[in-house]
Design a protein around this ligand. Structure first.
Ligand code: GTQ
Ligand code: FE2
Length: 372
């Protein structure tokens, strides 16, 4: 017998077979409960309180070529501007029914901006980031600081910061947005305000002021002491991410520690004022797998989303297997065992998750069935 299985240990109370008279009375009682907006626990405990997380969300893969071509089409047919605010196509988890949630807590979207377009400023309590899979020529303006967006860059728009985007290039640009919109919506914590129509800083600097002040490894400006809920770094430039990952693998080659597991290098983007995650609700990481390397298998509380930055991989999530190539997006629902195997050229994977929420609430759990 498996004592972690409801079907063997959590049997419903044994009610003797009701007589027709008792059955009528039971039905009348349940009808009355419904009128009183009451529901008995004993008819739903397995669903409400399963032995372990049983997500409605399913693992799903979105194909980058499809995402990009439909985003491009929407660029031809739908203007961007006040009211709609963003030309963003949200990835809707097929297991979650109606709403545009990739996970119960997380939003992921592809956002598309044509040459010369300007997405007006606004702010909201939802935390946001951008990850750039290809292209350049867009600056995102965060609290009046123009931040360049280039391939491999990871950019922050923490909750309540004003932000807008503008494309000064001759080419359109698309990128991945991640936000905690579903968490804010389901918990009823969201606020939103319009900002100015034109961006507050239309310059196109090589580096944002936030990077010039904060993005020096291990160094912080003495003028700004104390911990902040969100990282003050607006842009985590690809050159640093790339170098940190190559160094882990070079150290592994030289016989020194640093990688997660053989052939698997990874870094987490952090808030330099705390050393913790970049934003209170969202964790972001970058994983680099050597050719044919395989990650450890994990069960984790919380939700992950991966985007392939370079190379190819196979993701094993629960019972499902997904072949992934450059740009493809895949999600891992809570507690589904997952591992990823790199293809023959290796794989670079951007990853974000809602794990900080559950760590703060002491609800996080991880289980590695291989025991390593
Ligand atoms: O770029 O400000 O994908 O506010 C969803 C909501 C992007 C944004 C999204 C947003 C934005
Ligand atoms: Fe926004």
């Amino acid at each position: 017998m498996n004592e972690n299985d409801y079907s063997t240990t959590h049997v419903a109370p044994q009610v003797p077979e009701p007589t027709p008279e008792e059955e009528r009375e039971l039905n009348a009682m349940y009808d009355r409960m419904e009128q009183l907006h009451l529901k008995p626990l004993w008819r739903q405990i397995g669903n409400l309180m399963p032995n372990h997380p049983e997500p409605d969300a399913v693992a799903h893969r979105w194909d980058w070529e499809e995402l990009y071509s439909i985003a491009q089409r929407s660029g031809e047919l739908v203007p961007v501007g006040r009211g709609g605010e963003r030309r963003a196509l949200g990835l809707a988890n097929p297991g979650l029914g109606g709403p545009t949630y990739i996970a119960p807590t997380l939003w992921a979207a592809i956002q598309y901006l044509a040459p010369g377009e300007n997405a007006p400023e606004h702010r909201h309590s939802q935390n946001a980031f951008r990850f750039v899979i290809e292209g350049e020529g867009v600056w995102t303006v965060v609290n009046g600081d123009a931040v360049p967006m280039r391939r491999g860059d990871f950019l922050l728009t923490p909750g309540w910061a004003y932000h807008g985007h503008h494309n000064i290039a001759t080419e359109p640009m698309a990128w991945l947005d991640g936000l905690d919109i579903p968490f804010a919506r389901q918990m009823d914590t969201g606020f939103f305000e319009y900002g100015t129509e034109r961006l507050t800083d239309e310059s196109t600097p090589e580096h944002s002021r936030s990077e010039r002040l904060w993005a020096h490894p291990g160094l912080r400006p003495v003028a700004y002491p104390g911990a902040r809920a969100a990282s003050p770094i607006g842009r985590y430039a690809w050159e640093f991410t790339d170098r940190a990952l190559s160094e882990q693998l070079a150290l592994e080659d030289a016989g020194f520690p640093g990688v997660v597991s053989p052939g698997h290098a990874a870094i987490r983007f952090t808030n330099p004022t705390t050393g913790s995650d970049v934003m209170p609700t969202i964790r972001a990481e970058f994983h680099r797998l050597r050719p044919d390397a395989v990650t450890k298998t994990l069960h984790e509380v919380g939700n992950r989303v991966f985007q392939v930055f370079e190379g190819s991989a196979t993701a094993f999530i629960g019972e499902k297997t997904f072949e992934l190539k450059r740009g493809d997006v895949v999600n891992v629902p809570s507690w589904k065992p997952w591992h990823i195997a790199a293809g023959s050229e290796g794989a670079d994977l951007f990853c974000f998750s809602d794990h900080p929420i559950f760590e703060k609430l002491d609800l996080n759990r991880t289980f590695n069935p291989e025991g390593i």
